[in-house]
Write a protein that binds this ligand. Structure first.
Ligand code: 13P
Length: 344
């Protein structure tokens, strides 16, 4: 009973006060890929320095409730010796952890992926809980193209998400359940909506079958949008309407919060779309519509830092600004003017 209430309290806190999550859980290969694009050295020390920059951003907790770390990061320290996890907790930011071990080629389904990481997960979660981590994330990847996604891919990924979520709750960690329908491809808004709805319905079926307490979890979905190469792009309002309508059909009201991934959208676009959803629907929704962005919060700051010690403060300023803009979007108070003011 105690544990149940703790899960509920943590999940609610993660979406309280119009704050959101900062995803900084890139695996080493993904982090290195982002560094390589900017000629930043792809070393453990460079990754540590970047993550130190993020978590020491002054007043980050004004708009960030929780940060999702990676296994390497969760064991790292500030150069003054303070563990990163302690820095976050002292700043009032709840530490979380990515626990899947990546999306791997799916047997018999050449263009599709299945996320791995269930083996030994109970023991890993126990260790993270001991370290003060209070929530976890697992990402399933669903690609769209002619003939896919298959039911095999959707069901296998949904079941893995549900088994992960059940193990998290057993360990006292709030599961952030992330089924990502990718933006790559020429699919239309309507096609994305149809697939996202099918994926979400299957995920919530499986969460029910596995006995996951919906009040003690967060959903991290994609926004419903046309594929990147679709010839017919959509307006802010079209994306907002399609996304909210899809979620209303498929996400139970017991879920306290929905925190979107950014999925490669430009930072300002992700913010504007979140703003449009809250502006048009907030008063009618059973759950909070929040954010759990990685690229849409980090990338502009990374572009500013580019590995240079004398750019640290400017990069932190950019990071703080993006987090603030996303908080404003939760309040339907985001305006592109905020971007110009920040430049000035
Ligand atoms: P993006 O916001 O860059 O999509 O990352 C979110 C995330 O955590 C991916 O798993």
């Amino acid at each position: 009973m105690m544990r149940k209430q703790t899960l509920i309290d943590t999940a609610r806190t993660l979406v309280a006060d119009d704050k959101g999550l900062l995803a900084m859980d890139e695996s080493n290969p993904t982090c290195n890929k982002r560094f390589a694009q900017l000629d930043i050295p792809q070393t453990e020390e460079a990754r540590r320095t970047w993550r130190e920059l993020i978590i020491t951003t002054p007043n980050l907790s004004d708009s960030i409730s929780g940060a999702i770390l990676y296994d390497e990061t969760v064991r790292q320290h500030h150069k003054d010796g303070t563990p990163f996890v302690k820095i976050l907790i002292d700043a009032g930011i709840i530490p979380g952890i990515k626990v899947d071990t990546g999306a791997k080629a799916m047997a018999g389904h050449p263009r599709e992926k299945i996320t791995e990481g269930l083996d030994g997960l109970r023991e890993r979660l126990a260790e993270y809980a001991q370290m003060g981590i209070r929530f976890a994330k697992w990402r399933a990847v669903i690609a769209m193209d002619a003939g896919i996604p298959s039911r095999a891919c959707i069901e296998a990924n949904a079941q893995a998400l549900a088994r992960y979520a059940a193990l998290c709750q057993e360990a006292g960690l709030v599961p952030v359940v992330e089924p990502e329908v990718l933006m790559n491809g020429a699919h239309t808004l309507a096609q994305c909506s149809k697939v996202t709805e099918e994926v979400l319905r299957t995920v919530f079926d499986q969460l029910y079958i596995q006995g996951v307490m919906l009040e003690g979890m967060i959903l991290k979905p994609n926004m419903v949008a046309p594929g990147i190469t679709c010839s017919q792009q959509a307006t802010m309002d079209e994306v907002a309407d399609a996304t909210v309508n899809c979620l209303l059909r498929a996400v139970p009201a017991a879920v306290p919060g929905i925190a979107f991934l950014s999925g490669g959208q430009a930072a300002e676009v992700a913010t504007a779309r979140l703003n449009a959803m809250n502006a048009r629907f907030k008063s009618q929704l059973p759950w909070a519509l929040a954010f759990s962005f990685a690229r849409a919060i980090q990338q502009p700051a990374l572009d500013m830092w580019i590995g240079k010690p004398d750019h640290v403060m400017a990069a932190q300023h950019v990071l703080y600004h993006r987090a603030k803009c996303n908080q404003a979007a939760r309040r339907s108070q985001y305006d592109v003017k905020m971007e110009e003011d920040a430049q000035a």
